[in-house]
Design a protein around this ligand. Sequence first.
Ligand code: FAD
Length: 510
Amino acid sequence: SKTLRIILGDQLNIEHSWYKETDDNTVYALFEMKQETSYVKHHIQKVVGFFLAMRNFANALREQGHRVAYMKISDKKNKHQLIENIEQLVKEHHITAIHYQEPDEFRLDAQLQKGLKKIGLPLKVYTTEHFYTTRNELEKFSKDRKKTVMEDFYRYMRKKHQILVEGDKPVGGQWNYDKNNRKKWNAEVLIPLPYEPRNNCKQILQEIKEAGITTFGERTAVFNYPISRKQAKAQLDYFCKELLPFFGDYQDAMHTSQDFLFHSKLSFAMNTKLISPKEVVEAVENEFYKSSNIDISQAEGFIRQVIGWREYMRGIYWQLGVDFKQENFFKNKADLPNFFWTGDTKMNCVKRAIQNSLQNAYAHHIQRLMILGNVALLLGVAPDKVDAWYLGVYVDAIEWVQLPNTRGMSQFADGGLIATKPYVSSASYIHKMSNYCSSCFYNHKTKTNEDSCPLNTLYWDFLHRNKEVLKNNHRMRMMYSLLNKMESKQKEFHEILEKAKKIKEAPDYC
Ligand code: FAD
């Protein structure tokens, strides 16, 4: 008997129990395919990163003595469709059984289930041995609760896995130090030189080009995120030593001169499973206990993202199922402004966040949420268009984590399952957390002048147009009482609405 084991591009977990023993009757298959580059338009660095990491992984398997069938994007035999490529290998190697690991996305899950049934060989499905939680653990956890918020789940995770706890009490006395995570960065603490793996991508760029794959974003000669386990560990080590001491403080900060601030850049390595969340969390926890210069608020702030948000988003994705992709609470239908593809706008915050996205296939959390998600939601952009952009642009974008963050958290298209209120803001929040406004063409203080920040105008227009569905949200009460006062000054409010209308009609003029 001969077994084919399928490894998807985001299943590069060399620690998986599959690889503990070598067996000449097991063939491991990895495919670089156009089906994976074309479901949305992708940033060139995302495509490069996945293919480089996959190639590296195949080499690591071969070095361990495993048999690998690898299909490059440039291979003549490549059918560029998962099931067709599998069928080809089944014939070529006289395969008698197929094994695969649970895909993290609906799309691939459905494709494999349907396609492999058709092939008709005995199947075995394994977990990826990557996450802390199973696909439906959050759903089970939520069953007897009226409403589950991330914080409840996070505390359950801390206790269950004994992370930053003493007995059943949180280390430091509090479960959550979010309030300490809101400092503006003014270069008072220097950011160390980054860890840059500088992976050469000349060859792969050429192959992608020859394969005729359409991409966008900056084509760099080097790929600067980890593509191997060794690099992932180096990135983690660098993070713990250099950035963790300030991670929490500046978690929400933004700055014109800094693309990454104190963020770890570990998302690509984690999402491709080069490194596990457990390894990441343990390293951070160890560093916290070992070093006297790391406050609990820094370590907790980071660990919350990984065992809290990351696992929670995965649970929500599987809980809501494919219907999630249809949600559109505000019935938004505007187009995505062209500036998302070019960065060509006078709104400095938006420009910087898009430049980061286009240059690095990266933006940190608060740029994704409070700048780009914010402007899309204020403009009423259709969630499908917002999703497609986010899924294409970021190197770490895989649907299970992109969709709940984008459609749920940032666009409130689920009507408040993930976020308890829409994450919208005027310029005042952006000014508080960044230096963007001080060098902006627009005035962050006004609403209706020629040079008023468009976000200010759009913010009140958003609250006004969605009043019926939001006014009873208790977290919005204060904003709605302010809105009521503004609406009572009819002439001035009319000006806001008029100006907002013009902006929405032609956002690319902003
Ligand atoms: P750090 O700030 O160093 O955080 C550490 C780790 O925590 C990250 O690597 C990530 O694994 C995890 N994490 C932090 N926040 C979240 C979150 N909200 N959800 C899940 N994990 C989180 N993350 C993705 O991995 N893929 C996406 O496609 C993605 N899309 C997003 C879209 C929007 C609109 C928003 C608001 C957030 C999105 N995020 C996504 C979450 C977050 O922005 C990124 O994980 C983070 O910016 C990656 O950079 P980092 O590794 O330097 O993160």
